[in-house]
Design a protein around this ligand. Sequence first.
Ligand code: ZN
Length: 212
Amino acid sequence: MVDDCNDPMALEADLFCDQEMDLDTIEHSVKDILEAIGEDVDREGLLKTPHRVAKSYAELLGGYRMDPRELVNGAVFDVGYDEMVIVRDIEFYSMCEHHMLPFIGRIHVAYIPSDKVIGLSKIPRIVDLFAKRLQVQERMTRQIAEYIDYVLKPQGVAVVAEGLHMCMMLRGVKKHDARMTTSTMLGAFRKDMSTRMEFLDNISRGAERLHF
Ligand SMILES: [Zn+2]
């Protein structure tokens, strides 16, 4: 991890790992796990499995190597707009840090600009930046909100995440509809009930249940 406390972009630098993921080590470790399970690592179906798992980690955990500074570069605009901006139903895929099993779902984001807005396509990218790591849903939700707050200095930010957690669905309690909702409300969304309700009404209208 980058560690430079004098960097005014420290918040962003902290999120960014500038070393390549060590895929060889992951491959070797997965082979060890297969052996520990009692598998025959030389049987045909498993020969390439360590390599595939390493590559899938590189993708599923790609957030560590998305540079947050490049992400927003040139995508923040000054406009005279101060109404609520809502982007709903953004799909996310993350990995629970307790079990290294996926949790997936949807995120709804809103903000009220002070003077700056961000290109719409950047919001799903910001979601990916925080989702594609080892996470807990509560922290992911808060980080997305705080990052948008940091980049745009808006009047307020709201983020609601709905996630299905494989670690709850498949093991232990086996709740097949283990949906978890988390939210972070900052600024106007925290202080002003009607602002918060406007957002929550919007995202509940026509909301579909998650089906898998
Ligand atoms: Zn878990």
